[in-house]
Design a protein. Structure first.
Lengths: 290, 254
C-alpha cells in the first residue's frame, strides 16, 4: 500500500517512532484512550453523555488555578469536576429548572470562569493546549500524573465492574439487595472527573467528551455483551488515538482533532455496517449470498 | 383481643408518607402482610403505587411513619436479601447489553463478596431459577432479543434466585403472552405455599379477584384495605379511581 509515491506504509509507521516526543505521545495517548474507553461503556449505558460534557468543561478553572498556584493540575481539575456535579445536583433539587438546563448553565459558567481566569492570571498557561490538547508536548511530570490517575481509574473500575454495571442497568435492584448505590454514583462521577483530567491532555477540554462517549457508542452498536462492549470500546479508542497521532504527524494536522475525528469515523463505520445494528446489517447481506 | 406481635408481620408499614421535593406522593399509608399472603395494590397512574414499592425497598426515604420488614428496619431487610423487586417491563432498559443469565445472577449479588464472584451455590440458584421460569433455552440470549413475556420471566427468575421472602411485582401481567401469564399464576401459587409474601400492582381487576387474598386500594393514601371479597367493591373502586364508575372499568357484563 502506498500513501504517496515516496511514502510506504512501513515508513508511515516507523518513521515517527524515531522521535522521542512521538513515542511518548503514542504511548500516553493510548493509555488515556484506554482509560476513557473503559469508562465510556458505563457512561453511554447510563446516559451520562451530557454529564461527561459538563464535567470535562467544568475542570477548566481548576486547571488554571492549579497552574497558577503551582499545584498538580489534576488536583484542581478534580475538585472543580466533582464540584460542578455537586452544584448541578444542588440547583436541580432546590429549583424547578429542568436537569439538562441546569447542567448546561453550570458547565458553561465554570468554563467561562476558566477563560476569564486565564486572561487575568498572566502566567505561562498555554490556553491553546488546555482547550485543544497537546499530546506531543507532554511533560515528564504530566506523564507521571497521567499514569498514576489512569491506573487508579482502571483499578477502581475493575474492582467495581459488576456493581457499576448493575448500577447502570437497574439501580433499584441494587438498592433492594443492599448495595450502596450512593457510593457507586459518586464512584462513577469520580472516575469521570479523573478520566476527563487525563483525557484533556490528549484532545483538550473541548473535545474530551468525545473520548468519553464515542468509543462506548461504537461498541454498543457492535455487541450485545457488556464485557465485549468494554473490550471493543477500549480497542477502538486506542486505535483512534494511534491513527489520529500518525495522521496529524504526516499531514501536519491538529492532533486532538485528528484523534476525535478518527473516533467519529470508526463510529460512522459501525453505524453503517455493524452486523446487527448497522444501517446495512452486514450479517444479513452475507447471509443472503450463502 | 390478642396483642400484636410485630414479628408475625412480613411487612408492617405504619402511617408512611413520601414526598419528592415537597410534593406529596403518598401519605398516611398503612399495610400489614403475613407470610403466604398475596396482596393486590390497585390505583390510578400516579396514585403512589410505585412510590409505595420504592418506600418498601428503601429506594426512596419516607418522610414520616415507620416500615418494619420481619420486625426490623428496611436497611437490614436489604442486607438480608429479604425483598425482591420485579420491575415493569417499561422500567428497564431492554437494549442493555446483558444476557438472561447475567440478569438472574444479579439476584445473587447481594450475598456475594465484593468482586461478585459466583460460587457453586450461586450458579445452582441461578440455574434452578431459570428452569422454574422455563427459560433454560435462553441462558445466553441478550434481553433485547426476548419477548415481553420472556423478559418478565427473566426478572421473576432474578427474584427467585435472590431467595427473597417478599416479592414486590410492578404490573406483573402487563404486556405478557398467555403462556407467561399462566406460568406466573402457577408460580404465585407455589410462592404462597412456600410462605412467601407477595405484593403486586395491577390494572387488571380480574387478576385481583383471581389471586389476591387481600387488596390495597390507594389514591395518594389508602382508600380501602382488607380481604378482597369484602373490600373490592364497586363503591371502593369508584372512589379509588376518582369517581369513574366500575361499569366502565369492568365492562358491562359484571
Amino acid at each position: 500500500m502506498e500513501l504517496c509515491s515516496f511514502l510506504t506504509l512501513d515508513k508511515f509507521i516507523t518513521d515517527p517512532l524515531t522521535h522521542d516526543f512521538m513515542r511518548k505521545a503514542l504511548l500516553m495517548s493510548s493509555l488515556v484512550a484506554a482509560v476513557c474507553g473503559l469508562l465510556s461503556s458505563y457512561l453511554t449505558l447510563k446516559g451520562w453523555a451530557l454529564m461527561g460534557d459538563a464535567v470535562s468543561h467544568s475542570v477548566m478553572p481548576g486547571v488554571v488555578v492549579a497552574y497558577a498556584l503551582g499545584l498538580p493540575f489534576s488536583l484542581g481539575a478534580f475538585i472543580f469536576g466533582v464540584g460542578s456535579v455537586a452544584l448541578i445536583g444542588f440547583i436541580k433539587q432546590k429549583s424547578r429548572v429542568k436537569e439538562d438546563t441546569v447542567i448546561g448553565l453550570v458547565f458553561t459558567g465554570f468554563f467561562a470562569l476558566g477563560i476569564v481566569l486565564v486572561s487575568k492570571i498572566k502566567s505561562n498557561i498555554d490556553l491553546h493546549s488546555i482547550l485543544f490538547g497537546s499530546p506531543l508536548g507532554i511533560s515528564l511530570s504530566d506523564v507521571k500524573q497521567t499514569i498514576f490517575i489512569s491506573l487508579l481509574v482502571v483499578i477502581l473500575l475493575s474492582i467495581f465492574r459488576k456493581d457499576l454495571m448493575l448500577y447502570c442497568f437497574d439501580p433499584r435492584h441494587a438498592k433492594t439487595v443492599g448495595i450502596n448505590v450512593f457510593f457507586l454514583h459518586y464512584l462513577l462521577l469520580t472516575c469521570l472527573s479523573l478520566a476527563a483530567v487525563v483525557g484533556l491532555q490528549s484532545v483538550g477540554i473541548i473535545l474530551v467528551v468525545a473520548m468519553l462517549i464515542t468509543p462506548g457508542a461504537t461498541a454498543y452498536l457492535l455487541t450485545d455483551k457488556f464485557d465485549n462492549m468494554t473490550v471493543i470500546s477500549v480497542l477502538s479508542a486506542i486505535i483512534s488515538s494511534l491513527i489520529g497521532i500518525y495522521v496529524s504527524f504526516w499531514f501536519d494536522l491538529e492532533t486532538g482533532g485528528s484523534i476525535v475525528l478518527a473516533q467519529t469515523f470508526i463510529f460512522l463505520f459501525a453505524f453503517l455496517f455493524a452486523p446487527r445494528y448497522g444501517i446495512f446489517k452486514l450479517k444479513k447481506l452475507f447471509a443472503g449470498h450463502k | 383481643m390478642e396483642t400484636i406481635n410485630y414479628q408475625n408481620f412480613r411487612i408492617d408499614a405504619e402511617n408512611i408518607c413520601v414526598d419528592y421535593n415537597g410534593k406529596v406522593a403518598l401519605y398516611d399509608a398503612n399495610l400489614r402482610l403475613k407470610p403466604g399472603q398475596i396482596c393486590g395494590l390497585v390505583g390510578m397512574n400516579g396514585a403512589g403505587k410505585t412510590t409505595f414499592f420504592n418506600a418498601l425497598t428503601g429506594f426512596v426515604n419516607i418522610s414520616k411513619g415507620k416500615i418494619r420488614i420481619n420486625g426490623e428496619s428496611v436497611r437490614s431487610a436489604q442486607k438480608d436479601q429479604t425483598i425482591a423487586y420485579v420491575p415493569q417491563n417499561e422500567g428497564i432498559d431492554s437494549q442493555f447489553p446483558i444476557s438472561v443469565w447475567d440478569v438472574v445472577m444479579m439476584g445473587r449479588y447481594g450475598s456475594m463478596n465484593i468482586f461478585r464472584c459466583p460460587r457453586e451455590s450461586d450458579v445452582q440458584a441461578v440455574k434452578d431459577a431459570i428452569e422454574r421460569v422455563d427459560l433454560t433455552d435462553h441462558l445466553s440470549t441478550p434481553i433485547g432479543n426476548l419477548s415481553g413475556g420472556q423478559r418478565k420471566r427473566t426478572f421473576l427468575a432474578r427474584a427467585i434466585a435472590q431467595r427473597a421472602s417478599i416479592l414486590l411485582l410492578d404490573e406483573p401481567f402487563s404486556g405478557v403472552d398467555i403462556r407467561t401469564e399462566k406460568l406466573i399464576s402457577e408460580l404465585f401459587i407455589q410462592f404462597k405455599n412456600e410462605g412467601k409474601t407477595i405484593l403486586l400492582s395491577t390494572h387488571d381487576m380480574i387478576h385481583v379477584r383471581e389471586f389476591c387474598d387481600l387488596v390495597l386500594l390507594i389514591n395518594k393514601t389508602v382508600v380501602a384495605y382488607g380481604e378482597t371479597s369484602e373490600v373490592f367493591t364497586p363503591e371502593n373502586i369508584t372512589t379509588t379511581f376518582g369517581g369513574i364508575s366500575p361499569d366502565f372499568l369492568f365492562g358491562p357484563e359484571s
